[in-house]
Design a protein around this ligand. Structure first.
Ligand code: PLP
Length: 416
């Protein structure tokens, strides 16, 4: 499970050229740790894999919205896929270019639409007829025209976890494939709307190519039908959703993915957009946590650690697998443990049935926690959210301070 950035040297786990034990010593635990080199390598894999198509790669901010992460990607010319005004403000604060921002999400509020129009973002991805009317109304009021794409629900099965599959008829996302022609005609007739693109995003942690190809074909047939009706589409956005290796998943190589997309596009004159999130940051981050207690049980051994479901929700939310490693190898007998947190919920677990050699006080690294980790953290049980640290070669930088008790109660009032 080790990567080019994560290595073991004399039994000690290193991220780039920093010993992870020293990160926990300096910044405490639990603590999210990201590798700049890994983030850059993941982004460049898209740039290089898709070089022949020269796409706009819009990183999905919701996967990990730390300002330093956004800033690294902005430095490399990334665009951004946002789902709220807050995410747009983060992109701007991190030095990202609003002209490369696409605005997704099923419930954009009028003030969010107005703010995004004022920032001159690239495009709004429209998810319903009502939303089209709202965007038209806000843009018309401002004397503007909003560029739009419809997010099409292609009704394909991404073969992933039901909570992260988004392109089936039964999902809340996008407009039905069968409604698309009518909606594009309606949009083309609106004074505040400029029809620009077509988009789909069918789910997350997709490891096979066939769901992407199926969805792409459904979209391209619409592009051709729209062209026949005099509606020209300038860009095609195939969403995000590419998986990463958490365990033993077999991933279709990036080169094959890019080739398949190029083959389907053929000689159509379409600008390509991509919206990767997980595949940029997922394996570029980990969660450090310390073992508080070892608790032998009649049927199970528990390693009770200082990170819980409020820090990393994915295991209990999706039944997700994250590899767990000891930060410092030491001799001893491996036992099988459930790694569980301090939160008062039976669902508060990080890993099940792992063979580990553990002592109380040991530090563990929960791998592949860079995406949908910190962004889903909560203050449940009045626990401050973890610190975040960025590794750059042999340096460690605190990129988000651990929340204090004062932070947690800052907006509360006692009514007497
Ligand atoms: C979440 C999301 C993405 C990113 O998905 P990943 O699986 O993290 O790549 C892209 N586009 C939209 C519209 C999304 O909602």
């Amino acid at each position: 499970m080790l990567t080019p950035q994560l290595t073991r040297r004399d039994g000690a786990l290193f991220y780039e050229n920093v010993a992870l034990e020293s990160v926990a010593d300096r910044f405490g635990s639990p603590c999210y740790v990201y590798s700049r080199a890994a983030i850059e390598a993941n982004f460049l894999a898209y740039v290089e894999g898709f070089a022949a198509l020269n796409p706009l790669i819009c990183y999905a901010v919701k996967a990990n919205s730390n300002l330093s992460v956004l800033s690294i990607l902005a430095e490399h010319g990334a665009g951004f896929d946002i789902v709220s005004m807050g995410e747009l403000k983060r992109v701007i604060a991190a030095g990202g270019d609003p002209a490369k921002v696409i605005f997704s999400g099923v419930a954009k509020r009028a003030e969010e639409i107005e703010f995004a129009l004022r920032q001159r973002i690239y495009c709004f991805n429209i998810e319903s007829e009502s939303e089209l009317h709202r965007v038209n109304a806000v843009a018309s009021e401002m004397g503007e025209r909003a560029r739009i794409t419809f997010r099409i629900n292609p009704d394909v099965d991404p073969k992933t976890h039901p909570y992260i599959s988004t392109g089936l008829k039964s999902n809340k996302f996008g407009v039905a494939h069968g409604e698309a022609l009518r909606l594009y005609r309606l949009a083309a007739s609106m004074p505040g709307i400029e029809v620009h693109g077509i988009e789909c995003h069918i789910g997350s942690q997709i490891t096979e190519l066939s769901p992407f190809v199926d969805a792409l074909r459904r979209l391209l047939s619409l592009v051709d039908q729209l062209a026949d009706r005099g509606i020209a589409i300038a860009h095609l956005d195939i969403g995000g959703g590419r998986g990463i290796v958490y365990d033993d998943e077999k991933l279709a190589p990036m080169s094959l993915f890019a080739e398949a997309v190029a083959r389907e596009l053929g000689d159509r004159n379409l600008k390509l957009l991509l919206e990767p999130g997980r595949s940029i940051v997922g394996d570029a981050g980990l969660l450090l946590t310390r073992v508080e207690f070892l608790k032998p049980g009649e049927t199970k051994n528990f390693a009770i650690v200082d990170a819980g479901m409020n820090d990393l929700l994915r295991p209990t939310l999706y039944d997700a697998f994250h590899p767990v490693l000891s930060v410092q190898d030491h001799p001893g007998n491996a036992l099988t443990y459930d790694v569980v947190g301090p939160v008062c919920e039976s669902g508060d677990w990080l890993a099940k049935d792992r063979k580990l050699v553990l002592n109380e006080g040991d530090t563990l690294a929960v791998l592949c926690a860079g995406a949908y980790g910190m962004v889903m953290a909560s203050n449940y049980n009045t626990r401050g959210r973890a610190a975040e640290v960025l590794i750059e070669d042999d340096e460690m930088h605190l990129v988000r301070e651990r929340e204090t008790f004062d932070d947690l109660i800052a907006h509360e009032r006692i009514v007497k």
